[in-house]
Write a new protein. Structure first.
Lengths: 286, 341
């Protein structure tokens, strides 16, 4: 009786989410996997039959280079975001509670701006006649405008700007839970501010760091608008490659195979982050 | 008092904006003393402790430990340790790592650390809990870990901020005895902040009663209880009858009366259901309350409402509405000064 009721409760709470994931994630993903294993039909779509040809084509040097670049740019963007977000999150968490809302809004509200608009803004800042180059040449720092746009650096800047809140909020949440008395206790026991950070604050914020890094890495790794607008040919990432295969080359199975590869890397990243967060949490909940 | 003081407060004051939390405290503490700072919440006692620990900077005055001013010394370099009200144990570290933390910060070798942590955990009667995490311990055990974590550093002064307030009554009394035993054992000066007068009286060598940012009286528990200087101290410490002196004329006679306000402790008033010899005044019991060892009677007599405590064994006949005879001796009347606040 009790077990039955419990079962019904679980079905009622988890059921809708599970159904949603089944219909809108697992089924489409299964379709993608089937496409990846099918021969290409000319002009788009897939033909009948089964082949490992497309999966085999993933081991192409050009593709691997793009996957490698995607991972590298996503990793750099993740680390930069972490480096920027952590001190800000710390500063906000240390404010009186009623003073925390405004800085949090200042960080969150701009993330509601459309991604395209944010990226176009960076184009006007970074292009040849843009804000940065005008300032640099005007001040005589450089004689020629620097090639800033359509570089990997421009992509990273765009990614960091877009995904900062996804890093900041989970870290803020973790830091906000650390009791101020713990920091005072560490000082009282002889820890310098640097050691307070290393031994008390950082370990207790790892779950938030893991969550933030997962969000940013996953979003950055699969991004295609930002590398498309800010990276040009040199900043091409796996998302652009997939788009290119599906829409331009019209090799749907190859696009599908690339999508499967993307998903595998992302799932691996999430798994790694969960493992890290679990290890960080083990002491606290054991 | 013998020898130079270990810890000295000289006119220490702390303002937060316009709020004066501590308003000029001057006092010296000797090595090996157990001192309780007793006061109601908001009287500035926690701020005073935080000033000594180094978490606040005084707006005025000086704090000196072993003759050296602490004002410019950051908390991590002061030879004092604080036991926090909610213990502030590090949740991500084991009990052992918590206790060893201070030694590790001072770069004590690992083997030495382990030995001293074992000794500290044994001192607080908590052996074999080292591998557990704070969340796995009971409230009383956490309290012991907090004390061990502070004491392991062998500070000159141990500061305790309401260390027992989070414990239930039985455990609190047990831990009071433990704290006293530990303090005797290590001989370190304890400065213990509390709002519980029973705790202060039973634990301390000296009690400092704090009110509105000042020490209003400092003395042995007996002095504080039996010879409170002001009405404020009298009413804060123990139950009390505060009576204008002229109203005591029925007991003391016209010669014993005079000006000012006096204190008569409830257990110092003689009470009987039958007429007594000497100057006894007749009254009526309005209400009685039974506390096990004692009975508290509220008695109307000579126009006063007096609180009288009687040992339960001697309370026969003291029922509501009964006529009783009350006696107050001149030596049990304590003159109280006007409060300066």
């Amino acid at each position: 009786m009790r077990v039955e009721r419990r079962g019904r409760l679980v079905a009622a709470t988890v059921g809708p989410a599970a159904l949603f994931l089944l219909v809108f994630f697992l089924v489409p993903f299964a379709v993608v996997v089937v496409y990846a294993l099918s021969p290409a039909a000319p002009g788009g779509g897939v033909g009948p039959g089964f082949t490992l040809e497309q999966l085999g084509r993933l081991w192409n040097v050009d593709y691997l280079r793009i996957v490698g670049r995607s991972a590298r740019l996503a990793a750099v963007a993740t680390l930069l975001t972490l480096a920027i977000a952590y001190p800000v999150a710390w500063a906000i968490a240390r404010l009186e509670r009623r003073r925390q809302l405004l800085p949090l809004l200042v960080i969150v509200v701009p993330s509601w701006i459309n991604l395209l608009i944010k990226n176009y803004a960076w184009i006007t800042i970074l292009r040849r006649e843009g804000l940065v180059n005008t300032a640099l040449t005007g001040l005589g720092v450089t004689s020629e405008p620097l090639p800033l746009l359509f570089t990997e650096g421009a992509v990273v800047v765009g990614l960091v700007h877009s995904y900062l809140p996804f890093m900041l909020l989970p870290i803020y949440a973790a830091l906000d839970r650390i009791e101020p008395a713990l920091i005072e206790a560490a000082r009282d026991l002889g820890a310098t501010p640097g050691r307070v950070f290393r031994r008390i604050v950082w370990p207790q914020s790892l779950a938030g760091v893991a969550a933030g890094c997962t969000f940013v890495f996953v979003l950055a790794f699969g991004s295609f608008v930002t590398p498309d607008l800010l990276g040009g040919a040199r900043g091409m990432m796996i998302g652009n490659l997939i788009q290119n295969q599906i829409l331009q080359v019209r090799n749907w199975p190859l696009g599908a195979a690339l999508s499967v590869a993307l998903t595998v890397v992302v799932v691996a990243a999430i798994g790694g982050a969960l493992l890290l967060a679990n290890r960080a949490q083990r002491g606290r909940t054991a | 008092m013998s020898g130079p003081p270990l810890l000295e407060l000289r006119d220490v004051a702390k303002h937060f904006g316009t709020h004066e939390a501590v308003r000029g405290v001057t006092e010296a503490f000797q090595a090996g003393e157990y001192v309780c700072i007793l006061g109601a919440s908001g009287c500035g006692k926690t701020t005073l402790l935080r000033l000594i620990a180094g978490f606040e900077t005084p707006s005025r005055g000086d704090i000196a430990l072993e003759g050296q001013s602490l004002i410019a010394v950051p908390p991590e370099r002061r030879n004092v340790n604080l036991v926090f009200q909610d213990y502030a144990l590090f949740p991500h570290l084991t009990v052992r790592a918590n206790v060893e933390f201070g030694l590790e910060m001072r770069r004590v070798a690992a083997a030495d650390r382990a030995r001293r942590a074992d000794a500290a955990l044994a001192l607080v009667d908590l052996p074999a809990t080292g591998d557990r995490f704070p969340q796995q311990l009971s409230g009383g055990q956490r309290q012991r870990v907090a004390v061990a974590r502070a004491l392991v550093n062998e500070p000159a002064v141990l500061l305790l901020d309401e260390p027992l307030s989070a414990l239930d009554r039985g455990l609190r009394q047990q831990m009071q005895a433990e704290l006293r035993r530990i303090q005797r054992n290590v001989g370190i000066t304890f400065l213990h902040v509390t709002h519980d007068q029973g705790e202060a009286l039973s634990l301390a060598d000296r009690v400092a009663v704090m009110h509105a940012g000042r020490f209003v009286q400092v003395g042995t528990p007996r002095e504080i209880y039996e010879r409170p200087r002001s009405r404020l101290v009298a009413e804060f410490v123990g139950a009390s009858n505060v009576i204008p002196r002229p109203r005591l004329a029925p007991w003391l006679g016209p010669s014993g009366a005079g000006d000012g306000v006096t204190l008569v402790r409830p257990e110092r008033i003689g009470i009987a259901a039958e007429p007594m010899e000497g100057r006894a005044v007749v009254g009526t019991v309005r209400r009685t309350a039974y506390f096990g060892a004692t009975v508290e009677c509220l008695v109307d007599a000579a126009g006063l409402a007096l609180v009288v405590h009687v040992p339960a064994a001697a309370a026969a006949g003291l029922t509501d509405g009964a006529a009783v005879w009350l006696r107050i001796a001149a030596e049990d009347v304590v003159a109280l000064a006007e409060d300066v606040a």
